[in-house]
Design a binder for this molecule. Structure first.
Ligand SMILES: [Zn+2]
Length: 346
């Protein structure tokens, strides 16, 4: 077995490099990587934007949405065997702090997260990984569906934080990959009306295909007024901000229904002008989402039973050798590319 990594050596540049096979520690499994889906944070590194937060991080290996096949099992690992197909949860928490002990391990300050410096990502042919953060995927699931358990986890965690349930009405601001995963999760949890707002018709068409009941092009019409019109003037029970922009964040308070919930999913770096007056008059609440916790088993169950067809978010598939093309497609064709995926055959 010969290992290779797709190493980011410069802005918008990958180099396929030979690397040693990983050492599989007693608590780890060796995984032959089969599918990696590209996330917005990977793109942030690839086009250089992430260097403001992580300077001097090159050379670096990206990729944290990953699934593969077990080729070796560490001596202490009992629940996996060679040949098992697995999805890897990219965050490995310390399992000892208060956050971990309370089940909110996504808030662990000592987490080792794939492709977040100083921890390398999974764009390699073979990696070793702690077995307790690997999940067997169902036989009827593709490796790509396994990799997509990661972004779907964000959507699942968001709808649980928003307490979406049968009959609830939902607005999703932002029709990118996380917006789409939130849409799929909201639908699976029984939302009766799902309104998606975005600036691009291509994203809105995709949202309709995935089950949105209404779409709004926020570039053409005022989304606040339009949501009111679609909901008898009430707004929706839950509003998700997934665009990561100050303008959509400030719209949430006007769109949420009396007594409703705003869920902040997007990563907003700038300050946001926000009407707390809107919030208190409605007794609405704001809840935040940081990654996810305890979602992989639910994601696998929802995909394998057909409740969520996660592969519908895939726009393009590239072989490992063409990772550079995959990233360029994902970044330069954002209008049409919801999710690009890299697969590794034998
Ligand atoms: Zn912890």
């Amino acid at each position: 077995m010969k290992n290779q990594a797709m190493v980011m050596t410069d802005v918008r540049k990958f180099e396929l490099q030979d690397i040693p096979m990983p050492e599989v520690k007693p608590n780890e499994i060796g995984v032959k990587v089969r599918s990696i889906s590209i996330c917005g944070s990977d793109m942030g590194f690839f086009d250089g934007k992430a260097f403001s937060i992580f300077p001097d991080s090159l050379p670096f290996v990206l990729g944290h949405e990953v699934a593969g096949e077990v080729y070796e099992v560490g001596s202490d690992v009992k629940n996996f065997k060679v040949g098992d197909r697995v999805a890897l949860e990219p965050g490995v928490p310390d399992c000892t702090c208060d956050n971990c002990m309370s089940g909110r391990y996504n808030l662990c300050k000592n987490v080792k997260f794939l492709a977040t410096p100083p921890y390398e990502g999974a764009m390699k042919r073979y990696i070793s990984y702690p077995a307790f953060k690997a999940y067997k995927i169902a036989d009827n699931m593709s490796f790509t569906a396994g990799a997509l358990c990661e972004p779907l986890s964000v959507g699942l965690h968001a709808v649980r934080r928003g307490r979406v349930s049968v009959g609830k009405t939902v607005t999703i601001l932002g029709g990118g990959a996380i917006g789409m995963c939130t849409l799929l999760a909201a639908k699976a949890y029984g939302a009766s009306q799902i309104i998606v707002c975005d600036l691009f018709d291509s994203h809105l068409d995709k949202a309709l295909e995935l089950g949105a009941t209404d779409v709004i092009n926020s570039g053409n019409v005022d989304p606040i007024e339009k949501v009111k019109e679609l909901t008898d003037g009430q707004g929706t029970d839950i509003v998700f901000e997934t665009a990561g922009a100050p303008i959509t964040a400030s719209q949430t308070a006007y769109i949420v229904k009396d007594g409703g919930t705003i869920v902040m999913v997007g990563n907003i770096l700038k300050e946001v002008p926000f009407s707390f007056r809107q919030l208190y008059r409605k007794e609405a609440e704001v809840r935040a989402v940081f990654r996810y916790a305890n979602t992989y088993p639910i994601a696998i169950q929802a995909i394998s039973t057909g409740r969520i067809d996660i592969e519908k978010v895939v726009s393009a598939v590239f072989p490992f050798e063409k990772s550079q093309e995959a990233f360029i497609e994902a970044i330069d064709n954002k209008l049409n590319c919801v999710k690009a995926v890299i697969t590794i055959d034998d």
